[in-house]
Write a protein that binds this ligand. Structure first.
Ligand SMILES: [Zn+2]
Length: 75
């Protein structure tokens, strides 16, 4: 049986910092690297440029949003 790849990137912390904090951190890091839907062209091409800056690779739309996820898209 092939070994399963660990999706939990918080595994690097081992047993440290507590289960709940590791779980929350993992969830935020996952949202940070995710691709989101563009509010302008509605394509799934928005990626995080920097803290709170989101860029659509399809139409070039740059907009401000949340630090770890573009909150504008959800609203
Ligand atoms: Zn776009």
């Amino acid at each position: 049986m092939p070994r399963k790849r660990k999706a939990n990137i918080a595994a690097r912390f081992g047993h440290r910092y507590g289960r709940t904090l590791r779980k929350r951190w993992n969830e935020i890091m996952r949202r940070r690297t995710q691709t989101y839907t563009c509010p302008q062209c509605h394509k799934k091409a928005v990626k995080r440029q920097s803290v709170g800056i989101w860029l659509c690779s399809s139409c070039g739309n740059t907009f401000a949003g949340g630090a770890y996820e573009p909150l504008v898209v959800k609203a």
